[in-house]
Design a protein. Structure first.
Ligand code: PLP
Length: 397
């Protein structure tokens, strides 16, 4: 029995230590961590640059509040703006908080330029934007809304990837379109070619802000500092969190000057947001991840993993590989996926089962090529063992 609220379906494993891409549990068993705190431990576990930064800052100053200037915030904001198309950063503590801030920024910008009628936010089915009321309302998954009504007003939802549906829902009332460049939580879904560029055009046409929720895809995850940089569509606002602090809670919203100006002093804030400890962690992470050679290596390791998964998928009818960089999904169907997942767990390789039919992989960005191959061997072994047990006609030789 535990006194912790039962808000999670947890596995029995209890990791208490980590080294690089490996977690060590209470019993001393080692696991290859191919989910990395859900795309959060970007530098793996115990990375010396991050550990030193946090230790040193903890000794100096942990927190001081936003009543004062926080030089480390200015430094991290500069690192982020220099490496992207944005001019200003707001710091918070989580993904859902970064989504809240982006929604508030978009609505206030629309209010100041066009008036209160322009307040609608368009989001997409299968999305995930967090658990607070704004983020939850934006999350177009009815199952997650159950029992929590009424939701926040002024949100509309279109099918992910359906540009025509989006077109019919964007108009003069639209303040913003909020979209994940790759949907993480609902199974690593990539939009069809041209969808994000089409949303960019729609937003330009109706003077709505295009917000990319890059809480999962950001900070090097797709082999670019932010995924938009690999897609070639520049949004107006980007939300960031998960990998940004390498495990220390940090969230951020990136915007251009003309939009950021909508959040005037006193209109938004956070007690913990951007505190020195969090900023020291983000500075250490960005110091490593923003290096072009590091990002190139993420793309290379991502390609090795994706090619291996594709070879595997070619042997399973209906199987699919999706994603970019080191955010990949292997869809194996509702029968095979849970079995392979359980086998991986027995073999001590940690992945995540999403939607009951897809294995999601998000290893540390620092994972070695050897560890990638080791994981691939485990996935292959799992699929082969289960296919042998299955009827012969299910196997495409
Ligand atoms: C995880 C996630 C969130 C929520 O982040 P929290 O830190 O759990 O609040 C929001 N958006 C996306 C795209 C995510 O993947």
């Amino acid at each position: 029995m535990t006194s912790v609220m039962e808000t999670y379906k947890r596995l029995g494993i209890a990791p208490v230590e980590g080294r690089g891409s490996w977690l060590i549990d209470e019993r001393g068993d080692r696991y290859l961590d191919f989910i990395a705190g859900i795309a959060t431990n970007s530098l793996g576990h115990g990375h010396p640059a991050l550990v030193e930064a946090v230790k040193e800052q903890a000794e100096k100053l942990i927190h001081c509040s936003n009543l004062y200037r926080v030089p480390l915030q200015e430094e991290v904001a500069r690192m982020l703006t220099e490496a992207t198309d944005f001019d200003r950063v707001f710091f918070c503590n989580s993904g859902t908080e970064s989504v809240e801030a982006a929604i508030k920024l978009a609505r206030r910008h629309a209010y100041r330029t066009a008036g209160p009628e322009k307040h609608e936010i368009l989001t997409f089915t299968g999305s995930f934007h967090g658990r607070t009321y704004g983020g939850l309302t934006a999350t177009a998954q009815p199952a997650l809304h159950e029992g929590f009504a009424p939701m926040v007003g002024g949100f509309v939802h279109a099918p992910y990837g359906d540009l025509e549906a989006a077109r019919s829902m964007v108009g003069p009332r639209t303040a913003a379109v909020l979209v994940e460049p790759i949907q993480g939580e609902s199974g690593v879904n990539e939009p069809p070619e041209g969808f994000l560029a089409g949303l960019r055009e729609l937003c330009d046409e109706h003077e709505a802000l295009l917000i990319f929720d890059e809480v999962q895809t950001g900070v090097g995850r797709t082999g670019h500092l932010y995924a938009y940089q690999g897609v070639g569509v520049v949004p107006d606002v980007v939300t960031s969190a998960k990998g940004l602090g390498g495990g220390v809670p940090v969230g951020a919203v990136l915007a251009r000057e003309e939009h950021a100006a909508a959040l005037t002093p006193g209109s938004h804030g956070s007690t913990f947001g951007g505190n020195p400890l969090a900023m020291a962690a983000a500075r250490a992470v960005l110091g490593v991840v923003r290096e072009p050679s590091f990002l190139e290596e993420v793309r290379t390791k991502g390609a090795i993993l994706k090619n291996g998964l594709r070879e595997l998928a070619a042997r399973v009818p209906g199987a699919q590989v999706r994603g970019r960089g080191l955010l990949l999904g292997l869809e194996l169907g509702p029968e095979l996926a849970p079995e392979v997942f359980r086998r991986c767990l027995r073999e001590k390789v940690l992945v995540n089962l999403v939607g009951g039919k897809t294995l999601r992989m998000a290893p540390p960005l620092t994972v070695s090529r050897t560890e990638v191959r080791y994981a691939l061997c485990t996935f292959r072994g799992g699929v082969e063992a289960l296919m042998e047990a299955a009827p012969a006609e299910a196997v495409v030789a």
